[in-house]
Design a binder for this molecule. Structure first.
Ligand code: HEM
Length: 491
């Protein structure tokens, strides 16, 4: 016998959860079926909009442990001392598929980390690739539309996918990674994570450096071939992660950073804020800074993983952004998405709530009044709701000027205008370098996967794509061209 009585949503005991009240055994239901109505009405409202991208994902809690202090570079409180531990929530995802798509699409994987620091939540919302397809946020909706389903057929549309890439040679580096043998991770445990963008650290002397995040899988890299992915269980990656954590086989990643000084950035041959390019490790070596471990599954997938809200604008003192035009756009997009998808007070939900005191003058809105993770109700409490005010001595919150980010110098003679991206720019060298690093079997797999998609595009798209591959490496183009020949090019 259970010790818990079944209740309504407002706590009243329920007598019967199997039978509605009806007029006679075979008759209509009566209006006093308020409990049946409550159940049906709540059921109608069980769904919230899925994420417009990265809809399918898996989350888990864990710990970040500092292995080498970064205090010379940043005042970020969670990176100060060797051995320091910070709780995290991590969500992995695919990008293009809906909530019920396969874990094994050839697609980048999202790699989001929420660090619950004592100075607020810091989110690293990255991918399993060090670069991205684009350099300017204005192109993101076009890109995603071209990669998701065709608006008429509701089917994947390889012709549209390649048409977008043919018109955007800046995508070539990421296309080469995506179509390579690393394009379908065998599990979330067997892939690296990257912040991808350039971010900034600043220290207690107000000195700034640029940096990039790298999280290297301690489980090693494992990937699936197209054939293996086609027969893999659609939930395989979710199952792999949940079961590994449940059996105590906690996955971990070694966190590293690359650092570039402001002076080096001014003189470096590559634009350090271009998201389509890596910083070569030979010039900017990886510095080990910590260990990320996942060690606890969620209790409820919807409440925690589905309602988790990661935002690149969730920053803490000592960590800032950079002039990367993609990152700048993302500073707006995520919290806007959260207000629509979860609600204006999404940050009061336990998975999103800071684990440090939260005091601000933002009030009301749908579902206001939930506690922070600390049970701190001051954010919707009886206190004053405007600033400045005369109640500072009674504990009303005040800004802290000492954590102000150092000013960022703008180049002399910088003109405010749109700066286009030319096809003649070097979108090709790093893609070519990656191709040349591959062994024979990797090159052949890459060329086959591309040819099998590109063959569905128009001849004009095929020609423009081949031109891009040729600029990266003639052998890259020749291989694809010759495989397309055997598949019979559709024109
Ligand atoms: C300007 C370009 C971009 C825009 C406008 C954009 C927009 C979005 C939006 C609206 C979401 C859904 C957020 C939500 O509903 O919670 C999302 C999710 C995500 N995006 Fe982006 N995105 C961009 C570029 C990128 C890049 C470059 C990366 C990686 C380097 C990235 C990684 C992710 C990840 C990992 C998620 C899933 C977060 C989670 O696990 O909840 N996005 N993006």
């Amino acid at each position: 016998m259970s010790k818990h009585t079944l209740t309504t949503a407002t706590g009243s005991p329920v007598a019967d959860d199997d039978n509605s009240i009806s007029i006679g055994e075979h008759g209509a239901l009566t209006f006093d079926n308020h409990y049946t109505f409550e159940k049906l009405a709540h059921f109608n409202r069980e769904r919230i909009p899925e994420r417009v991208v990265h809809a399918r994902g898996t989350g888990a809690y864990g710990t970040f442990t500092v292995s080498d202090s970064l205090k010379d570079y940043t005042i970020a409180s969670f990176l100060q001392e060797k051995g320091q531990k910070t709780d995290v929530f991590v969500r992995f995802s695919t990008v293009g598929g809906g909530q019920d798509s396969s874990d094994y699409a050839r697609d980048p994987r999202g790699f989001s980390i929420k660090f619950y620091t004592d100075q607020g939540n810091y989110d690293m919302v990255g991918n399993n690739t060090p670069v991205f397809f684009l350099r300017d946020a204005i192109k993101f909706p076009d890109f995603i539309h071209s990669q998701k389903k065709n608006p008429r057929t509701n089917l994947p549309d390889p012709a549209a996918i390649y048409e977008f890439w043919a018109n955007h040679p800046q995508s070539l580096h990421q296309v080469t990674i995506l179509m390579s043998d690393r394009g379908i991770p065998a599990s979330y445990r067997n892939m690296h994570g990257f912040g991808s963008h350039t971010f900034s650290f600043w220290n207690d002397k107000a000195e700034r450096v640029w940096f990039k995040w790298h999280f290297k899988s301690n489980q090693g890299i494992k990937c699936l071939s197209n054939e293996e992915a086609a027969v893999a269980s659609p939930s395989g990656a979710q199952q792999d992660l949940v079961e590994a954590i449940d059996r105590g086989d906690f996955p971990s990643w070694t966190a590293k950073v690359q650092i570039m000084t402001v002076e080096e950035a001014r003189n470096y041959s590559i634009n350090p804020f271009d998201l389509t390019k890596i910083w070569p490790h030979a010039d900017f070596p990886l510095i080990e800074v910590g260990q990320l471990e996942l060690n606890r599954n969620v209790d409820n997938y919807f409440a925690e993983t589905e309602q988790a809200c990661f935002a690149p604008s969730n920053l803490v003192p000592g960590i800032g952004v950079s002039p990367d035009k993609m990152l700048q756009g993302r500073l707006l997009a995520y919290q806007d998405a959260h207000r629509y998808r979860v609600g204006v007070n999404a940050n009061q939900l336990p998975v999103n709530a800071a684990r440090c005191p939260v005091h601000h003058y933002q009030k009301d809105g749908a579902m206001a009044g939930m506690c922070t993770a600390q049970g701190d109700t001051k954010i919707q409490g009886p206190g004053v709701n405007y600033y400045p005010n005369d109640q500072i001595n009674q504990g009303a919150p005040v800004p802290q000027p000492s954590i102000e980010e150092p000013p960022l110098p703008v180049l002399e003679n910088a003109w405010v205008k749109r700066y286009g991206i030319s096809d003649d720019e070097d979108h090709y060298s790093q893609a070519g370098d990656l191709f040349r690093l591959m062994n024979e079997s990797q090159k052949s797999q890459l060329a086959t996967t591309i040819a099998e998609g590109l063959v569905n595009a128009t001849e004009s798209v095929q020609q423009r794509m081949l031109e891009q591959f040729r600029k990266a490496d003639p052998d890259y183009a020749d291989r694809i061209d010759s495989i397309m020949g055997t598949l019979g090019q559709k024109t």
